[in-house]
Design a binder for this molecule. Structure first.
Ligand SMILES: Cc1cc2nc3c(=O)[nH]c(=O)nc-3n(C[C@H](O)[C@H](O)[C@H](O)COP(=O)(O)OP(=O)(O)OC[C@H]3O[C@@H](n4cnc5c(N)ncnc54)[C@H](O)[C@@H]3O)c2cc1C
Length: 234
């Protein structure tokens, strides 16, 4: 997977801080401090003025479906109707090699490659039957495995991005999605270092909303309480 920041709001710290300053006659102070306060205190709407556009290369179709669940963003994906999908690469889940070794990976690869060959077989058969290339792709794509790689352009504002990172940096998130979230955070932190400290929802809120669903591998188990643990203190 390759994640590239294509465009972003320049001078975003000042833009967001200036937007927030029109809401009050009080002197809020330096723009950088105001920006950090807005991110930290979750005062969301001013953060919407800051926008990022990413190119996501070689993500699986499965991941692209999950990404589309983030509705407060703009999504453009390579079309399986208008593009020939027979020669693209495919996703190999990191767990398959870690947990099941070389044999697990071999089985996985052979099943996915069979599916890709079936796509090509179906496409060729349809062309032979007289289908146009567009019509043949439109039908053959239903045989594609979700592991197939795709390319995606994703535009998201900072408020929604923080929501995305909060949900998808969580250890409960699927490994490929977590890898995407890590890479997205790295890209935005390079241009706005204050965003480096954005983490899962537990980190951002100081309390983990996952409660009993929080898995044992969560690195914050002993540092950040769950919501229910905080409620029990009342
Ligand atoms: C670990 C994990 C497992 C998941 N498993 C599943 C699953 O099994 N099946 C599944 O379908 N999804 C699943 N999801 C996706 C999840 O339910 C959300 O759809 C996804 O994370 C997008 O979150 P969002 O709605 O906050 O984001 P966005 O769609 O970007 O929305 C951002 C915010 O805008 C507001 N908002 C947006 N739309 C509306 C609306 N219509 N009404 C009211 N408020 C709105 C909400 O405050 C929302 O938090 C999973 C997510 C995670 C992190």
């Amino acid at each position: 997977m390759e994640v590239r920041l294509l465009r972003y709001t320049h001078d975003g710290v000042n833009l967001v801080a200036e937007a927030s300053k029109i809401t009050t006659d009080e002197n809020l102070g330096e723009n950088e401090k105001v920006f950090e306060m807005l991110v930290n205190n979750d005062y969301g709407s001013a953060l919407e003025h800051m926008v990022f556009t990413f190119e996501l290369k070689d993500i699986s179709i499965a991941l692209s479906r999950e990404l589309l669940e983030h509705r407060i963003a703009s999504h453009t994906a390579r079309s399986t109707r208008y593009c020939d999908e027979s020669s693209l690469s495919y996703h190999i889940p990191e767990n398959i090699l870690k947990k099941y070794g070389r044999r697990g990976e071999d089985i996985y690869r052979s099943v996915v490659e069979d599916a890709i060959q079936n796509y090509s077989k179906l496409y060729d058969a349809l062309l032979e039957m007289g289908y146009s290339r567009k019509d043949a792709r439109e039908v053959a794509r239903y045989a594609l495995p979700m592991a197939r790689h795709t390319t995606y352009i994703w535009t998201v504002n900072l408020r929604s991005l923080i929501n995305f990172l909060g949900l998808r940096l969580c250890v409960r998130s699927a490994p490929e999605m977590r890898e995407l979230a890590e890479k997205v955070r790295k890209c935005v932190s390079e241009v706005y270092p204050a965003l480096k400290k954005i983490g899962c929802r537990g980190v951002n809120l100081g309390v983990c909303p996952e409660n009993e669903a929080r898995p044992k591998e969560c690195p914050y188990r002993d540092k950040i309480p769950t919501k229910n643990e905080v409620r029990a203190l009342r």
